[in-house]
Design a protein around this ligand. Structure first.
Ligand SMILES: [Fe+2]
Ligand SMILES: [Fe+2]
Length: 379
C-alpha cells in the first residue's frame, strides 16, 4: 500500500539526471533502512550542477533517487530538453506526467471542483506541449512502435487518452504541415480529454472488457454529454485554452461522418474537425495497441479495417491523409471489418470482427510476430 509520504515522491533513473549544468529540481533518497517505512532526505538542491563522476558516485551509494511531486514539471521539462535521453525515455516521463494529472480528474475519491479541473487541464496542456516537441514529426508506424514500448497503466482510460493525444498531434500535423505549436497542442489536448465524461461513469463499467449489455452500452453512450456538461458547469478558465473547441471534441467524438453516430447524429463538416481527427486516433489506438487481453492488428491490417469505414464512420479525406503518412504500408491481408457500433473508447476482450464478403480472402488475420507493446503496470 502506498503511504501519503511515498506518493509525494517519484523515482527517477540516475542516468537521466542532467550533468554539466545546473539541475532544476531537488534530488532525494529514501534513507529509511526499515522495510515498509520511508524517510526522504534531500541530497542535492536545485540550481547546483552535477558532474558525470558525481552521478557515478550516487549510483554506487544510493539504490534509487527520487524527485518531489512539486518538482515533477521541472524534471519533465529538463528531460525533454536533454540531448542524451532517448525519445522513449522522454515520452515515458511525459506520459507519467500526463497520467498524474489525468488521475486528478478521474480520482473518484477527490472532490471535483473548478480548481481541480483547472489544475488538471493546465497540467495536461503542459504534458501535451512536451509531447508535441517529441512526436510531431513521427509517422504512424514510428509512433505506434514508440507507444508500444511504453509502460501500461491498469486503468485503460489513462493509456488510451495519452495515446489518442499523440495520434491526434501527428494527424493534425499531417493535415496542416505548417501548423503552429499552439494548434498542435490544442489537437493533442482535445485528444487527451476526449473521454473526460467517463469520470461520471462507474469505473467497473469503464474497465469492463467483456460484451456490454444494452443497458450498459446506453450508460457508456452518455459520456460525451456528461463531459460537455462537466466542462460547461465547472466554467473552468485556463489562459490560452479554448474550452469551446475542447467541449465540441468531447461532445462530438462519437459522431459518425455519415450521421449515424451519437449523441446527435450530426454529419460531415458539422462535426468539428478536431472531433473527426480524434475519432480516427481513437479507432487506430483501439485496434493496434496491445493490451493483456486482446490481439492487435498490424498497421496495414488496421488501416485496411479502418479504410472500410471511410465515409461512414470516418472522414475520408482526413483518413487518407492519415494513412498516407506511412510509406508502402500495403493493403493489408484482412477481410474482416468492424461493425458500425464498434466503440474504440471501450476496452475489448476481443475485437468484434464481422466477415466482409465483398473483400478478398483472408490470408492471416493477425501478424503475430508484431507483438507491439509490453504489458507492465505503471506505479
Ligand atoms: Fe476514446
Ligand atoms: Fe469516447
Amino acid at each position: 500500500m502506498t503511504t501519503r509520504e511515498e506518493s509525494r515522491y517519484f523515482s527517477v533513473p540516475i542516468e537521466l539526471v542532467t550533468t554539466g549544468k545546473p539541475i532544476t529540481y531537488d534530488l532525494w533518497i529514501n534513507s529509511s533502512s526499515r522495510q515498509n517505512r520511508v524517510h526522504y532526505v534531500r541530497i542535492f538542491k536545485e540550481g547546483g550542477a552535477l558532474s558525470f563522476e558525481d552521478l557515478q558516485g550516487f549510483k554506487k551509494k544510493y539504490f534509487q533517487l527520487y524527485v518531489h511531486e512539486d518538482h515533477r514539471d521541472k524534471y519533465t521539462k529538463s528531460l525533454v530538453a536533454s540531448e542524451t535521453a532517448t525519445d522513449e525515455e522522454k515520452t515515458e516521463v511525459v506520459k507519467d506526467m500526463a497520467i498524474n494529472y489525468l488521475g486528478k480528474v478521474f480520482d473518484p475519491g477527490r472532490e471535483f471542483t473548478t480548481e481541480v479541473l483547472e489544475e488538471a487541464i493546465e497540467g495536461c496542456r503542459e504534458s501535451v506541449e512536451h509531447m508535441v516537441d517529441v512526436v510531431k514529426d513521427y509517422d504512424i508506424n514510428e509512433l505506434r512502435s514508440l507507444i508500444g514500448n511504453l509502460s501500461f497503466h491498469d486503468f485503460y482510460t489513462y493509456d488510451h487518452s495519452v495515446n489518442v493525444s499523440m495520434y491526434a498531434i501527428i494527424i493534425f500535423k499531417a493535415l496542416m504541415p505548417n501548423a503552429r505549436k499552439d494548434e498542435l497542442t490544442l489537437a493533442g489536448l482535445s485528444g487527451m480529454l476526449h473521454d473526460i465524461g467517463k469520470l461520471k461513469i462507474p469505473t467497473d463499467l469503464i474497465n469492463k472488457a467483456g460484451k456490454l449489455d444494452d443497458d450498459e452500452f446506453k450508460v457508456i453512450q452518455t459520456h460525451p454529454g456528461l463531459g460537455k456538461e462537466l466542462i460547461e458547469c465547472q466554467n473552468a478558465d485556463c489562459p490560452g485554452i479554448d474550452f469551446d473547441i475542447i467541449k465540441r471534441v468531447v461532445y462530438e467524438h462519437h459522431e459518425n461522418y455519415n450521421g449515424t453516430g451519437y449523441p446527435n447524429k450530426i454529419a460531415g463538416d458539422e462535426i468539428h474537425i478536431l472531433a473527426r481527427i480524434v475519432a480516427i486516433a481513437d479507432f487506430f489506438d483501439a485496434i493496434t495497441t496491445k493490451r493483456s487481453y486482446h490481439e492487435v492488428l498490424s498497421t496495414p491490417d488496421a488501416l485496411a479495417v479502418m479504410d472500410r469505414t471511410k465515409g461512414k464512420k470516418l472522414d475520408p479525406k482526413i483518413f487518407d491523409t492519415f494513412s498516407s503518412t506511412v510509406n508502402n504500408f500495403g493493403t493489408g491481408h484482412i477481410n474482416m471489418g468492424l461493425p458500425d457500433s464498434f466503440d474504440p473508447c471501450q476496452p475489448q476482450n476481443e475485437l468484434p470482427f464481422v466477415k466482409d464478403k465483398a473483400k478478398k480472402q483472408n490470408h492471416d488475420l493477425f501478424q503475430k510476430e508484431n507483438t507491439y507493446g509490453k504489458v507492465k503496470k505503471a506505479s
